[in-house]
Write a protein that binds this ligand. Structure first.
Ligand code: PLP
Length: 396
């Protein structure tokens, strides 16, 4: 039976309880057993296919985790109640008191704040470096370094991390490379380039509907099992369990991710080209002159494009605010943080999602106070959207 190709498909397809095309939602916190021994075995992770308690594992969360692992090419995955939970649980699973982390200077503000302020209380040291300068990364590594942390496309400067080179440095030093791939799902699969742990804010592109906050960790079986260990797993003990109703909804949205990523990328490329023609300072790794263009091209799956995030520089925070207000009134999209939504969102990073980063460090990393980050939506008529943006620029 096992080698019969006609049965193979049933191993891949997931049915609901009644043959439903969407897997049934498992709406329970706890699970019952007919034999006490099976419960004991499940507690110790020795009973395949059994579930114990939904903070540990839940079938709906498992369906989503399996889909994420398949997308990333990892053995396993774990879903969490936020992107920050995925990031903090991964970091705390790898690092203990006295350890050291090398981190990209440009990272999402929440991650920066966690590593700049919070881990001090655990006596964990962090060195922030320009992640595109591999010599600086190598020089920053110490005997007690346990991890290199970066984002494939950094938030909000859109620097491109050289994942194969960083993975090589990590392997040579027997440490972990942890990569946040929130901006580039499907476009880049960091694990295939050597990253040991890949984290996501699923709040963004993966879900794409802006109706929930969620996160994911994709890694080896060993790492995911260590996270869920009842005695020492950060995910099990800190407890950021994703609600199974949400898991089931995110799983359905994942089935359109490939189409959405293509359209986000096409629209972002169009607007980036128009901003450039207009003489506005534009940052988009899809443009051939961009610093990260060549590196991203080497790592990406071309059909998904260069991603949906662009950043323009309006030089001052006042000009950025004015443009964003005009664009909201003109119906370009929403003045809102976050990204990966089907509508266009824009925000001034230095005053919002990167405001946790002290001003002098913002200057050091080259984050202009006038930077407006766009998460370009799925607009069917992007030329029309551009005309609206152009109207706003003219009003300025
Ligand atoms: N990683 C990146 C790159 C982000 O932009 C964000 C949020 O903006 C996060 C992680 C945090 O995710 P969440 O808000 O789902 O906790």
């Amino acid at each position: 039976m096992k080698n019969d190709p006609s049965t193979k498909i049933y191993e891949l397809l997931q049915f609901g309880e009644y043959g439903d095309v969407n897997p049934s939602v498992c709406d329970s916190a706890t699970f019952t057993f007919m034999q006490a021994k099976t419960m004991m075995d499940t507690f110790h992770g020795e009973s395949e296919g059994c579930f114990l308690y939904s903070r540990h594992w839940n079938p709906s969360n498992k369906y989503l985790a399996d889909a994420l692992a398949a997308m990333e090419g990892t053995e396993s995955a774990w879903v969490t109640a936020s992107g920050m939970a995925a990031i903090t649980c991964s970091i705390l699973q790898i690092c203990s008191s006295g350890d050291h982390i090398v981190c990209s200077l440009t990272t999402y503000g929440g991650t920066f704040a966690f590593l700049f302020n919070y881990v001090k209380k655990f006596n964990i040291d962090v060195t922030f470096v320009d992640i595109t300068n591999l010599d600086l990364v190598k020089q920053a590594i110490r005997p007690n370094t346990k991890m290199i942390y970066t984002e494939t496309m950094t938030n909000p400067l859109l620097q491109i991390s050289d994942i194969p080179a960083l993975a090589k440095i990590a392997d040579q030093n027997n440490i972990k490379l942890v990569v946040d791939n929130t901006f580039t799902p499907m476009i880049v699969a960091p694990h295939r380039w050597g990253a040991h742990v890949v984290v996501y804010s699923m709040t963004k592109f993966i879900n794409g509907k802006n109706d929930c906050v969620a996160g994911a960790i994709c890694a080896s079986n060993d790492f995911i099992n260590s996270l869920s260990d009842v005695n020492a797993g950060s995910a099990m003990l800190l407890g950021p369990a994703l609600d199974p109703l949400r898991s089931s909804s995110i799983l359905k949205n994942m089935h359109t991710l490939h189409i959405r990523m293509k359209q986000h990328s096409v629209n972002a490329m169009y607007l980036a080209g128009k901003f450039k023609e207009e003489g506005i300072k534009i940052n988009y790794p899809g443009l051939p002159g961009n610093k990260g263009h060549k590196k991203l091209k080497e790592m990406m799956v071309p059909e998904f494009g260069f991603g949906g995030i662009i950043a323009i520089d309006m030089v001052t925070a006042e000009r950025a605010a004015k443009l964003m207000e005009l664009m909201e009134l003109a119906g370009v999209g929403y003045l809102a943080v976050s990204l990966g939504y089907f509508k266009t969102l824009f925000s001034n990073s230095g005053k919002s999602t990167s405001s946790e980063i002290p001003e002098e460090i913002q200057q050091e990393m080259g984050l202009s106070e006038g930077l407006v980050r766009f998460s370009v939506g799925l607009d069917n008529d992007i030329e029309n959207t551009w005309q609206k943006i152009k109207g706003c620029l003219e009003k300025m």
